[in-house]
Design a binder for this molecule. Structure first.
Ligand SMILES: [Zn+2]
Length: 85
């Protein structure tokens, strides 16, 4: 398990800490998790947070849309490869 720098999901908190890398982050620090303090304030179980557990319905839909898009792009790319002689 890798550890990466996380940034609190609360934009006015800005707390950063080292935590497990659950999303295989390559560039920006992930911000899907609330820090322990904010989670407590919000009544969220800090340890039960997942990359999608804090997302609003709108964000979840957007995420699904992006996943579907990248899937489509991958399929198209594979199809193209298969057509080569
Ligand atoms: Zn915080």
């Amino acid at each position: 398990m890798n550890y990466v720098m996380h940034i609190c999901r609360n934009p006015i908190c800005n707390q950063g800490w080292l935590d497990k890398d659950l999303t295989n982050v390559k560039t920006n620090p992930p911000s899907w998790k609330y820090c322990r303090k904010c989670a407590e304030k919000l009544g969220i179980d800090y340890d039960a947070q997942t990359p999608t557990s804090n997302l609003t319905e709108k964000e979840l839909k957007e995420r699904e849309r992006k996943i579907a898009l990248s899937k489509k792009a991958t399929e198209a790319r594979l199809k193209k490869l298969n057509l080569r002689p």
